[in-house]
Design a protein around this ligand. Sequence first.
Ligand code: NAD
Length: 175
Amino acid sequence: MTTDAGRAAATGRVAGKVALITGAARGQGRSHAVQLASEGADIIGVDICSDVAGIPYPLASPDDLDETARLAEEAGARVVTAQVDVRDPDALALAVSRGVDRLSRLDIAVANAGVCTIQRWDEVDPAVWSLFLNSLPINVMEPEDVSDAVLYLASDESRYVTGLTMTVDAGTTAR
Ligand SMILES: NC(=O)c1ccc[n+]([C@@H]2O[C@H](COP(=O)([O-])OP(=O)(O)OC[C@H]3O[C@@H](n4cnc5c(N)ncnc54)[C@H](O)[C@@H]3O)[C@@H](O)[C@H]2O)c1
């Protein structure tokens, strides 16, 4: 966890804002944390940091959440982290409240935490993959591709954008 010292003259598209990111320990959540940090935001990052019964792959670890904090701090952010299951609203509210106490405000919420109960991507039959061929000629999107959308929605550039569902899937659902 970061020190209480204020962030020195942050610049960037979300400068001076504080972002809550759930599922921040790895993957897209980590990418969102680092990208928002590099554009001037401070971060409240929460993650369950343990496995969930019935989910057939390991979730993130406490070390993963620490690494996200390290990377976001390296990008200039003040960071507050907490190990929280987002299905526990009281625990989540407490963690957010502690983060706001430390960082003084809350401007952005990225509800990223989630699991997939179907199959790991590398265990899916190629025939199934063929049903999800992208409209664009790519095989895999990167977490940063979603972070770019998060950054736009979190920035003042989207101040007149409301009630929007922004699909970032390289055209898959448009087929
Ligand atoms: N990667 C994809 O192709 C894809 C596609 C569609 C949707 N999504 C969704 O996007 C989000 C991020 O995906 P990812 O690829 O980075 O997944 P990931 O598994 O790498 O990361 C998800 C993170 O959420 C955390 N988490 C899971 N359940 C939690 C809970 N109850 N409380 C707190 N933290 C919890 C995990 O520990 C993990 O760190 C997920 O919600 C996922 O379902 C991903």
